[in-house]
Ligand binder design. Structure first.
Ligand SMILES: [Zn+2]
Length: 395
């Protein structure tokens, strides 16, 4: 029960969430498969999956974050108790409220293509971290709306140069042909939900997507680059060329991504059918609890390029893609994790994509100016993922 995080995701029409957090005392990774989004299936009208990349903290703020987490734990405990009381005392009423909100949000999300800047939605305040929403027009981004923000968020909003700098980096990672799949670009504050980036579809047929980048986690150039590559990995593998949204889960003979049925030749279906199918039953059982998923990862760690990749096939392929792009050498060895990277190399269009990104980021120069994350360093940072930095409050 993290109301601010919950509301933010609810506003995006989220159906399912997975993220990585860390227990700061024991310094071990903890998977949370968001049981709090399963309060009631009735509240989910739309089928949407939210894809997060873990927040990658610069080393110098780790200690600060650990201190914050102590405070946060106390707040979360208080919030949990209070929220539980609210839910148990008025469950049916809550469901109605949630249903109403999602209905509004659907309109907001899906009809943003025609949003002319008139804020008729219920959440123009940016209280869930939103700062500025842009429409993507080829090479440029055009402002759709500024959310009503104050304080630090206002400073972030006014720093349009930073917005443009981030967008420039996005263009270096996403070639025009792939960028046409993205029609919205959101600058937001990741403090509200503990994420560094996200994507979700803005068109039912998965032909258009929104990418959000947390401006407050964008100072470290390499980590920002990693976030963008990871998020692009989602759009690359979940768009309408790869996934058919018109086929329901019950009619899907291939891997069902959550947004739709993956096509037989899609990257994600190949990855899931070749490298997950034999452990799929175990995974489905394991994913219902943190300890189960941790145990699942421990048993099959040689199958995954990062721990975060074990979250689900969607995160797996985003992490494989990020590794494929950022690692200087090719696949090393015969482990399943390496076979997944080889799967990327088996597609010439993906090799071209890798070359495009690395060329734009100065990877070949081996200079200090290279913006590519160093493999291993970001993997380590990966273990400091989403720290649930939302400020818990009940209104
Ligand atoms: Zn992701």
């Amino acid at each position: 029960m993290f109301p601010k995080l919950y509301n933010f995701l609810k506003n995006q029409g989220v159906k399912r969430l997975s993220f990585l957090s860390i227990d700061s005392k024991k310094r071990r990774n903890v998977y949370s498969h968001s049981p709090f989004f399963k309060i009631s299936d009735k509240i989910y009208i739309k089928s949407r999956v939210f894809h997060f990349v873990p927040v990658l903290y610069p080393k110098q703020v780790k200690l600060k974050n650990l201190k914050r987490m102590k405070t946060l734990k106390i707040r979360l405990l208080i919030t949990f108790v209070c929220t539980s009381l609210v839910i148990f005392s008025s469950c049916s009423k809550d469901d109605e409220v949630l249903r109403d909100n999602i209905s509004t949000d659907q309109t907001d999300d899906v009809s943003d293509n025609s949003d002319d800047g008139n804020d008729n939605d219920n959440s123009p305040s940016g209280r869930n971290g939103e700062i500025t929403l842009y429409k993507v027009n080829g090479e440029i981004i055009t402002k759709i709306k500024d959310y009503q923000v104050s304080g630090q968020d206002l400073a972030y909003q006014q720093d349009t140069k930073k917005h443009q700098d981030i967008w420039t980096l996005v263009k270096k990672v996403m070639p025009t042909a792939y960028r046409s799949k993205m029609n919205e670009f959101l600058i937001y504050n990741g403090e509200a939900n503990g994420s560094a980036g996200f994507v979700f579809e803005t068109a039912q047929d998965l032909s258009k997507w929104r990418m959000g980048i947390a401006i407050n986690f964008a100072d470290n150039q390499q980590e920002l680059t990693y976030t963008i590559i990871h998020e692009f990995g989602h759009i690359l593998t979940l768009n309408n060329d790869q996934v058919d949204a018109s086929i329901s889960e019950s009619s899907c003979n291939n891997y069902f991504t959550g947004e739709g049925c993956s096509k037989t030749n899609s990257y994600i279906h190949k990855l899931q059918s070749q490298f997950w199918a034999d452990i799929w039953t175990q995974y489905q059982t394991a994913q219902s609890s943190q300890s189960g998923l941790q145990q699942f990862y421990n048993s099959y760690s040689d199958r995954f390029v990062t721990q975060y990749a074990a979250t689900n096939p969607g995160e797996d392929i985003a992490e494989v893609f990020a590794t494929f792009v950022t690692r200087n050498s090719g696949a090393n060895g015969n482990s399943i994790a390496e076979q997944k990277i080889q799967l990327m190399y088996n597609h010439t269009e993906l090799v071209d994509l890798r070359n495009y990104i690395r060329g734009n980021l100065g990877a070949s120069s081996r200079s200090r100016n290279s913006m590519l994350p160093v493999p291993g360093s970001w993997k380590q940072a990966n273990s400091f993922g989403n720290a649930k930095k939302s400020h818990c409050s009940i209104k």
